[in-house]
Design a protein around this ligand. Sequence first.
Ligand SMILES: Cc1cc2nc3c(=O)[nH]c(=O)nc-3n(C[C@H](O)[C@H](O)[C@H](O)COP(=O)(O)OP(=O)(O)OC[C@H]3O[C@@H](n4cnc5c(N)ncnc54)[C@H](O)[C@@H]3O)c2cc1C
Length: 467
Amino acid sequence: MKRVVVVGGGLSGLSAAWWVAQSAREAGVGVALTVLEREPQAGGKIRSSRKGGYLCEAGPNGFLDNKPSTIVLSRALGLGERLLRSRDEARKRFVFAGGRLRQLPEDPVSFLASDILSIRGKLRLAAEFLLPQGDPDEDESVAAFVRRRLGEEALDRLIDPMAAGIYAGDPETMSLRSSFPKVHQLEQRFGGLLRGMLEMRKMAAAAGAQGPQSAGPGGVLWSYPEGLEELVASLADGVGRERVRTGVAAEGMERVGRAWVVRTSDGEAVEADAVVLAVPAYDGARLLGPLDDRLADLLHAVPYVPAAVVCTGYPREGVPHPLDGFGFLVPKSEGRRILGSLWSSSIFARRSPDGRVLLTQIVGGARNPELVGLDDAGLVAVVREELRITLGIEAEPEFVWIRRWDKAIPQYVVGHGDRLQEIEERVASLGGVFLAGNAFYGIGVNDCTARAQELGPQVVAWLAGAP
Ligand SMILES: Cc1cc2nc3c(=O)[nH]c(=O)nc-3n(C[C@H](O)[C@H](O)[C@H](O)COP(=O)(O)OP(=O)(O)OC[C@H]3O[C@@H](n4cnc5c(N)ncnc54)[C@H](O)[C@@H]3O)c2cc1C
């Protein structure tokens, strides 16, 4: 029987454990799994809280179906029937720009009619068609790339809010290639973004596709009736609750022959033929530092931004806006103190009691990290003021739920790609150590489950080769 220890019981660790078990079964390799999770509850950033009929998410609100891995995993776990599709109206997204909400265009025709960019901004964007391709070897920042190809206004009104919405990040420091690899590839493959999008449409039409499945950033958002916690709970059941040891941290690891010994906070030494590290980069640095100084420095160099999630619930009549969409994001230039507001009860069914609405605000990020340090009353005051200005809500929320993350989201800053390559080389040279987690291969739910699916057979191949 081969032994595998997975450090970290967030989505990455639980899904890696699950895929290792699947791959081992398929390969006929006997595997004894242990998942170590420092917190009393597994799930990491995924936590769904139902209180008084409101359902709040501490972390992710859902995942898109433009990548298959989480849908595939859900079905494999027997959660297929629980998959909950967002409402169609949630594909309408807004940006708070120039002091009011403006709908993001859903296609090129509505883009021409929309007022999200001035005529000058639209012309500048259209000129992208004529621009030469950039240097494929340059690790350019998101902001530099967008300025070069689409212009300052598109950066301010379209891309900066998107960077805030996905990464809570700053486009001036984020690496385009690592943060938005598809956009980078579009330029490299087709010479430009507009050219690339036209070619992709032609290819989709030739392949008989009906055009893009949805508006919004590529796909429809999904969750489960009781939130994303259903996924991590089902994973923990699938792996076996007795194998997921919560409240136990890994404190160090040592090589013993070809195997590893992982020391835990409860004083045990757990032996393993392979170790999957599915922890934030800074936690990985602490574990691997004593084995490789340089590796620890590289891992410590992945920055994180803090964020607070502030959910507010109101009687429907307390909110003058129709809330007919996904919600809105705010460009930095507006000087507002929320990154955006998700209209949770418009996105998914049963997120609020009948006759009530639930909004989820994100505060902090790279833009205003200091706001995450406010106490609850301070955060609520900020959110109330911002919702008054953006949505005209004067009413006091009847329901408030807050969750702060000191290190919410890793940032793939310029240099991330080179750093990752060196991290991978150094980890590979340790032998039998595998990296998962959202610090490396994509920050979203789908990226975590895709990486886990990839790792399953890799870990089993290593085990099969072990003496
Ligand atoms: C506010 C917020 C909103 C988000 N929204 C979305 C969204 O809408 N869509 C989307 O796709 N993604 C979203 N994300 C990103 C998504 O939540 C993450 O990518 C994903 O949950 C990360 O999972 P993970 O397992 O890699 O890391 P984590 O969830 O951070 O899990 C790591 C785990 O490792 C444990 N750990 C650390 N060190 C040790 C140790 N030494 N021993 C044992 N255990 C240890 C930690 O306790 C933790 O449980 C959001 C994230 C945040 C914070």
